[in-house]
Design a protein around this ligand. Structure first.
Ligand code: ARG
Length: 407
C-alpha cells in the first residue's frame, strides 16, 4: 500500500515510518513548514528542515517533501481566525488547532498526486489533533483511508527508543526537552512533564519565544498595526513574515504567555502552556479596531458568532459549512475594517493605546464634554421614560418579582 505520512522528524513518526517500510508499504513523508523554528532558530531553520527530509529518505521513504505552507497558513487559516478574534476559552489563539486542517489538506492533495490509498498521522487517541486531521481528510476524500497507528498500538517512549536502536532509526542528538511541543508562527504549545500537575508553575525552561520577567526590557516598544479590509500589516509588511517579526519584538517583552487548564474535544481537561506573542497582539489590535468601527449591535452579535467560530476550529470542524458562512459574515464587516491601531508592548502586556479609522463610528462631537457638543441632552429624559417603561410597569404590579426595595 502507498501511504502519505505526516512526518515531523521526531522519534514517534520516524519509528512509524520505519515500521511501515518494514511491513512492505511504500511511504511518502510529508512535512509542512509553518514557521515552527524560525522564531528561535533563525538561519538554522533551513538546515534543520533538510535534516528532517534526509532522515526520512535514509529510513527508506519513497519520497520526502518539505512544503513551505507559511503563506497559505496565514491567508487561509490565520486571517479568518483573526477576523473572528478566535481565542479558545477566552485565551488560546488556536495555533495548533488551525494548522491541522491545513496539514490534512496537504496530506490529501499529496495522496492524490502520487496515487496513495492512505494517509497516516502519529496522533494518540487522547488528543484533539486526531479529530482535526481525520474529520478534514474524510470530508475532502471519503475514499481515502486514514491510518492512526499510534491510536491502535500506543508506543511508549522506551519501546520507541528500543525499536529505533534495533532498526537503525537515528535519534536526533539534541537533548530532549521534557515536554511535548508543537509550534508554528501563530503560536507555540507546550504540554506534559511537570506541567501535568496544574499546581506546578510553568518552569522557565518550557518557554522558547518569550522573555521571563527578569529578562524584559525596561523600556516599552510601541508599534502601529495598520488594517486594510481586516488584513493587518506592520511597517508595510504583512503575511507570515510580519507575524514572525512580531513574535520577536512582542516575545522580547514577554507578551503572549498563556497558562491554562483547557477542555479537550474528547472530554478531558488538560493543562496547557502557550506562547503566542504575535497572534495575541494582532487579536488585541483587531478587537480594538472593531470597537471603533462596528455598531453596538454588530459587536454584540459578533462576539457570539466569534465564540461559535472559535469552537468550530478547536473542535476539528474546520470544514463545517457554518464556518464558511461565518467567514462571509466577517467578510462583510471587514469592508469597514480599515484603520490603524497603536499597541504598546511592555512587561508581558500588549496594550492598545490608540486607534483611528475613516470608518470610525465614534464621533467626537457626540462624545465630547467640552466645546462643540452636538448631543441632544434634552432628548435623554423622554428616551429613558420609554426605554424603562416595561420595567416600571412590571414593578408596579409585582414589586418583589422585579427585585425592587423591600417595603
Ligand atoms: N491543546 C492544544 C490544541 O488542541 C495544543 C496541542 C498541541 N500539541 C502538542 N503536542 N503540544 O490545540
Amino acid at each position: 500500500m502507498k501511504i502519505v505520512l505526516a512526518y515531523s522528524g521526531g522519534l514517534d513518526t520516524s519509528v512509524l515510518l520505519k515500521k511501515y517500510i518494514e511491513a512492505g508499504h511504500e511511504v511518502v513523508a510529508l512535512t509542512a513548514d509553518l514557521g515552527e523554528s524560525d522564531a528561535t532558530a533563525g538561519s538554522g531553520a533551513a538546515a534543520q528542515q533538510e535534516q528532517v527530509r534526509t532522515k526520512a529518505l535514509t529510513l527508506g521513504a519513497l519520497d520526502a517533501m518539505m512544503v513551505d505552507a507559511k503563506e497559505r497558513f496565514f491567508e487561509e487559516y490565520c486571517l479568518p481566525a483573526l477576523g473572528a478574534n478566535a481565542l479558545y476559552q477566552g485565551v488560546y489563539p488556536l495555533s495548533a488547532s488551525l494548522s491541522r486542517p491545513l496539514i490534512s489538506s496537504l496530506l490529501v492533495e499529496t495522496a492524490h498526486r502520487c496515487g496513495a490509498e492512505a494517509v497516516a498521522h502519529g496522533c494518540t487517541g487522547k488528543g484533539n489533533d486526531q479529530v482535526r486531521f481525520e474529520v478534514t481528510a474524510k470530508a475532502l476524500d471519503p475514499s481515502l483511508r486514514v491510518l492512526a497507528p499510534l491510536r491502535e498500538h500506543p508506543l511508549s517512549r522506551p519501546d520507541a527508543l528500543a525499536y529505533a536502536k534495533e532498526h537503525g532509526v537515528p535519534v536526533l542528538q539534541r537533548a530532549e526537552k521534557p515536554y511535548s511541543i508543537d509550534a508554528n508562527f501563530w503560536g507555540r504549545s507546550i504540554e506534559a512533564g511537570v506541567l501535568e500537575d496544574p499546581w506546578n508553575a510553568p518552569p522557565e525552561d518550557c518557554y522558547g519565544w518569550t522573555a521571563g520577567a527578569e529578562q524584559r526590557p525596561a523600556k516599552a516598544d510601541e508599534l502601529v498595526i495598520a488594517f486594510r479590509d481586516g488584513v493587518p500589516s506592520i511597517g508595510g509588511e504583512t503575511g507570515a513574515e510580519m507575524v514572525l517579526a512580531l513574535n520577536k519584538v512582542a516575545g522580547k517583552h514577554g507578551v503572549g504567555r498563556i497558562d491554562m487548564v483547557e477542555d479537550r474535544v474528547v472530554g478531558l481537561k488538560s493543562r496547557e502552556v502557550y506562547e503566542c506573542p504575535g497572534s495575541v497582539t494582532l487579536i488585541a489590535a483587531h478587537k480594538a479596531l472593531e470597537r471603533l468601527v462596528l455598531t453596538r449591535d454588530e459587536l454584540r452579535f459578533k462576539r457570539q458568532a466569534d465564540q461559535t467560530y472559535t469552537n468550530l476550529i478547536y473542535d476539528g470542524l474546520w470544514l463545517q459549512p457554518l464556518r464558511t458562512a461565518l467567514d462571509a459574515f466577517n467578510g462583510a464587516l471587514a469592508a469597514r475594517m480599515t484603520g490603524e491601531v497603536r499597541v504598546r508592548l511592555h512587561q508581558g502586556q500588549a496594550t492598545v493605546v490608540g486607534s483611528r479609522s475613516p470608518f470610525a463610528v465614534y464621533d467626537k462631537h457626540l462624545a465630547t464634554y467640552a466645546e462643540g457638543d452636538t448631543f441632544r441632552h434634552d432628548a435623554a429624559g423622554g428616551f429613558i421614560e420609554l426605554w424603562g417603561l416595561p420595567v416600571v410597569a412590571a414593578a408596579k404590579v409585582a414589586p418583589h418579582a422585579a427585585g425592587s426595595a423591600k417595603r
